[in-house]
Design a protein around this ligand. Structure first.
Ligand code: ADP
Ligand code: MG
Length: 339
């Protein structure tokens, strides 16, 4: 008989990493979300070899107190929720306390961090879940974290990665959506010294759209907004003449979190009525604000999927708002003429 044993912390972190950290883009997402949660104004993301060689995220957020830096790498260690009550009122992007331990169990991580009220910062170096070094360091307020050699000790995961261009496009997609979700934060993404995205952080969504999709596209987007008792929505959506071949250009953001939800993106499309050619979809950024009680983000480790308690009402609000806004533009009836 084999004995039943509790897995070592490192092994259980590697298992969790299988869910949370699928590819380099997941590392970028988790680190950048931590920076946003720490109230950063500027986030620099520097990537080498599509993130497989290294990912460095530098923020000017609150930093981690010296005494807590190592604790941040413990499983289920989080400063974001403390009780069951909080779990139903999530207003941060993270809360599961799984990202850092997961990442550190499958890569080589160097964290440098300092808070405003500290003279010196803290440096922690962990490789494959083992602490290599923990020391003081000079630092400015904020966090600078470098993840090298991701999946070096999980060859199956490494082998499963796609080409560098595919992995890089997934990173770009993650950063684009974060930038669209946070126009008030300045993002700077660099791959192999080449700048792929820069946003100013001045709060103007249209400028972020221009940085992500291009200036010409941003000019063809119109603003909408609406609210009812439960929801407040606003955003930008393209004129029917500006379309794409799939729905992935519709970004849904609920309480600052980019999410995927077929019903909601379909509501945007349906708002165009017959003005879109079959098989064509708008470019849209839809920001939704609601009471955190109405949304359950604890459905999936990567938190892309959420459960909404008043989805039908929200769908109707979105569809009607887009419909009315598009109607206002008084468009030529045949929107297909450009094709
Ligand atoms: P979660 O984000 O779910 O809390 P993480 O493993 O991503 O879990 O991070 C653990 C903790 O480390 C966070 O709760 C936060 O206190 C701290 N932390 C991580 N990254 C940063 C950062 N860039 N700035 C400030 N604190 C951070
Ligand atoms: Mg996190």
């Amino acid at each position: 008989m084999t004995q039943i044993q509790v897995l070592s912390e490192n092994l259980s972190n590697q298992i969790a990493a299988g869910e949370v950290i699928e590819r380099p883009a997941s590392v970028v997402k988790e680190l950048a979300e931590n920076a946003i949660d720490a109230q950063a104004q500027h986030i620099d993301i520097l990537v080498e070899d599509a993130g497989i060689k290294s990912i460095r995220v530098i923020d000017d957020g609150n930093g981690i107190p010296e005494t807590e830096a190592l604790k941040a790498f413990e499983r289920h260690a989080t400063s974001k929720i403390t009780s069951r009550h909080d779990l139903f009122r999530i207003n941060s992007l993270g809360f599961r306390g799984e990202a850092l331990p997961s990442i550190a169990s499958v890569s080589d991580v160097v964290l440098k961090t300092a808070t405003a009220d500290q003279d010196a910062g803290k440096l922690v170096h962990i490789r494959g879940g083992e602490v290599q070094e923990e020391t003081g360091t000079t630092a400015r307020k904020g966090t600078d974290i470098t993840v090298n050699d991701v999946f070096y000790n999980t060859p199956a995961r490494l082998k499963y990665l796609k080409s560098q261009s595919t992995e890089l496009s997934k990173i770009v997609d993650v950063v684009n959506r974060l930038a669209l979700s946070h126009p008030d934060v300045s993002f700077h993404l660099v791959h192999q010294k080449k700048e792929l995205l820069r946003t100013s952080g001045n709060g103007e969504l249209q400028q972020v759209v221009a940085a992500v999709y291009g200036i010409q596209q941003a000019r063809k987007m119109i603003a909408f907004s609406a609210e009812d008792d439960d929801f407040k929505i606003n955003g930008l959506t393209s004129l029917p003449e500006l379309t794409r071949a799939n729905r992935s250009y519709i970004s849904l953001i609920i309480n600052g979190r980019y999410i995927k939800n077929y019903q909601l993106s379909n509501a945007v499309v349906k708002g165009y009525g017959s003005k879109l050619m079959v098989g064509r979809f708008p470019i849209s950024v839809l920001e939704i604000e609601m009471d955190p009680l109405l949304i359950d983000v604890n459905v999936h480790p990567q938190k892309h999927e959420v459960r909404l308690s008043k989805e039908t009402e929200l769908v109707a609000l979105i569809e009607n708002t887009i419909y009315n806004r598009i109607a206002q533009e008084n468009l030529v009836p045949n929107a297909y003429q450009n094709y």
